[in-house]
Design a protein around this ligand. Structure first.
Ligand SMILES: Nc1nc2c(c(=O)[nH]1)N[C@H]1C(S)=C(S)[C@@H](COP(=O)(O)OP(=O)(O)OC[C@H]3O[C@@H](n4cnc5c(N)ncnc54)[C@H](O)[C@@H]3O)O[C@H]1N2
Ligand code: MOO
Ligand SMILES: [Mg+2]
Length: 617
């Protein structure tokens, strides 16, 4: 049980200007989320070795604090002395903690190499140095979080907690299957303000991209027809030229171009599939069809429209002589061997998406199987006590049908990704934990909806943190819809798992799936570019702006005078109203309200093309 925590900001600057201390308060918020009942003491002190040591000794010896976290002074500048100060006052050091921090932090930034932080024990107190930047301090805390309670229990000799932890480690890695560490009884103590900073979309994308871009699990070999939407892993080259023989582009007569205009004897008739062998001689021609092989000796085709019949057999079954009216040029209307696809040409480049046309090209080239990037396995999980399956005959009082799983499964499929259905979990910590565990076991990326905001039954974040030791990379994003969008990672049975915990509101889930999940899947499967294409649109109506950047669902009318398509928003944009996404071609990027609170009809904005072009008139 962690009962007391001291957070010491070590920075000359923050001593002079305490409001510049963002790391201390952020760290406090994050730690408080994990230990809501602990007492917190905070301090800001200068980068002075003696002062740092006095403080550590005071909090450890006099105050008997369980955990001291320092932030700042771990780098390479002359004034950075936190590690030196700490090292001299600890009784025992714990190098493993900083090895773990270095290993994990190096995945995020090479700057982690120059942190010299120390972790150790003085008497009954665990002391950890964290870097001075807010982001880095929180990341470091999230890395050590899984072992904190157990380490502190060991230091304090808390036999009960140590035994419990050992039992739970034996049963599962983090938390027993049937139990949860999340206490939902103290509703009155829930945070009244979200402890998660509301980060920008750019920051959120960069964090999720960094975490996911190293996902690579090799290749699959799939049949061309099964591979729709998959990403080609290796260049595929043509082993046959196309066409494999000189073919006619027109229905007409194969001739020798040097004969010019004038009469020709019709020597032969060649339809598609025939293989003419006898060479044409001067002033001879062969009747040919589009796609038929032209005979040896011929070097051009004259379309039937540019000829006249001069003589024929009496029964009309055989053409004897034709007149070529227009003098032909060399190779006129001939597809020479390999002129569509030369032998050895690249048919499909690594990174290309296997679409219908490419499948046709591959089929035409006799390529039946193809190597593609493996895709992450995606599990879909809905959460909420109010949810029933769509097929249930009758709704219970105050219940609704789960629409998110159906919508997300098909939305992912529309963009080339299949998913595994993990059902509905109730808003109970242990049940949620069990459902997540199942979803993690079946997948690489879990996409769940609901339970990420401020309600007492919004348990996703605490369950991830306390039962899975997850690293919560972000818990709120400045966007509408989708504010409580959460992205976390955790290691289960030695494997990295990713979780996009999307808000429960169906439109929020829809928009965030397009913006975060599809992006992550594209990035993980080697697809470039992974940004949605943008275009300029003219807004059809006035709109009141939200303080957050908003992604409004709209259809496009392509008839505007200057060629800029007009975007019409699909009715009320409330995040519960999924009808607003039906038939959406684009997500219009509405800017956040600043000095301009209302945007006028006719304004030019950008829009992401996330849907199909529909005829909306
Ligand atoms: N005090 C605050 N309340 C809320 C805030 C806030 O900042 N402070 N944020 C609001 C925003 S923005 C959103 S978005 C929602 C997100 O809520 P949760 O992710 O916690 O989701 P739930 O509470 O579980 O459900 C919200 C809503 O969505 C319906 N829902 C959930 N799952 C499904 C499903 N599978 N199919 C259909 N509909 C679903 C659910 O019934 C609720 O109506 O929080 C706001 N609150
Ligand atoms: O951000 Mo919430 O997703 O507005 O509805
Ligand atoms: Mg909620």
């Amino acid at each position: 049980m962690v009962e007391s925590v001291a957070i010491i900001t070590i920075s000359d600057t923050c001593v002079r200007e305490p409001n510049k201390d963002t790391s201390g308060p952020a760290l406090q918020n994050t730690v408080q989320e994990l230990y809501p009942k602990a007492i917190f003491l905070t301090d800001i002190i200068p980068d002075e070795k003696g002062v740092i040591q006095e403080n550590i000794i005071y909090y450890a010896d006099e105050m008997n604090i369980d955990l001291i976290l320092t932030t700042g002074g771990t780098g390479l500048s002359k004034r950075d002395v936190t590690p030196e100060a700490t090292r001299e006052v600890i009784d025992r050091d714990i190098p493993g903690i900083n090895i773990a921090i270095a290993v994990e932090s190096l995945k995020i930034t090479p700057m982690a190499m120059i942190s010299r932080a120390v972790a150790g024990v003085r008497k009954n107190t665990l002391i950890l140095n964290f870097p001075g930047s807010k982001k880095a301090a929180i990341e470091c805390f999230n890395i050590v979080k899984p072992i904190l309670s157990h380490a502190i229990a060991l230091i304090k000799g808390d036999a009960k907690e140590v035994t419990l932890t050992h039992q739970s480690i034996q049963k599962s890695h983090i938390c027993p299957h049937e139990e949860s560490n999340v206490d939902i009884t103290k509703v009155a103590f829930r945070p009244r303000e979200s402890p998660y900073p509301m980060i920008s979309m750019t920051e959120a994308f960069s964090i999720a991209d960094d975490a996911i871009k190293s996902w690579f699990r090799g290749f699959d070999v799939v049949g061309v027809e099964e591979g729709l939407g998959r990403i080609i892993a290796k260049d595929v080259t043509a082993e046959e030229p196309f066409p494999p023989f000189p073919a006619s582009i027109k229905d007409g007569y194969a001739c020798l171009s040097e004969d010019g205009a004038g009469p020709r004897t019709v020597r032969a008739a060649v339809t598609a599939g025939d293989a003419p062998e006898t060479p044409l001689r001067p002033r001879e021609c062969a009747r040919v069809n589009t796609g038929a092989a032209i005979p040896p000796g011929a070097d051009c085709v004259v379309q039937v429209e540019d000829t006249k019949l001069l003589s024929a057999s009496e029964d009309g079954k055989t053409e004897l002589m034709v007149d070529i009216i227009v003098p032909p040029t060399l190779q006129q209307d001939v597809r020479t061997v390999g002129s569509d696809i030369p032998l050895g040409a690249v048919l499909a480049h690594r990174g290309a998406i296997l679409d219908a046309a490419l499948a046709g090209v591959l089929a035409g080239a006799g390529v039946l199987k193809i190597e593609v990037f493996k895709r992450p396995r995606v599990a879909l999980l809905s959460t909420g006590n109010e949810l029933q399956e769509p097929y249930e005959p009758k709704l219970k009082p105050s219940h609704i049908r789960d629409s998110n799983r159906t919508m997300l499964r098909l939305l992912l499929r529309e963009h080339g990704y299949e998913s595994i259905d993990c059902g509905i979990a109730r808003d109970e910590p242990a049940e949620l934990g069990a459902a997540l565990r199942k979803a993690f076991a079946a997948s690489d990326i879990v996409v769940c909806t609901g339970g990420v905001s401020m309600g007492e039954r919004d348990l996703l974040k605490p369950v991830l943190l306390q039962d899975f030791g997850a690293t919560l990379h972000f818990g709120r994003v400045k966007m509408k819809p989708g504010k409580p969008t959460t992205f976390a990672t955790c290691t289960l049975d030695g494997e990295m798992k990713y979780i996009f915990a999307l808000p429960g509101n169906p439109v929020s889930a829809y928009v965030c799936c397009l913006l975060f999940v599809v992006r992550a899947l594209r990035l993980a499967t080697g697809l470039r570019p992974y940004e949605w294409p943008r275009l300029r649109v003219r807004l059809a109506h006035d709109y009141t702006l939200d303080p957050r950047p908003e992604y409004a669902r709209a259809t496009l009318h392509l008839a505007s005078d200057d060629g800029i398509p007009v975007a019409t928003l699909i009715g009320n944009q409330r995040s519960s109203r999924l009808l607003s996404a039906c038939g959406a071609t684009v997500l219009v990027e509405l800017p956040p309200a600043g000095e301009t609170k209302r945007i006028e009809a006719g304004s030019i904005l950008t829009a992401l093309i996330t849907g199909r072009l529909n005829c909306s008139d």
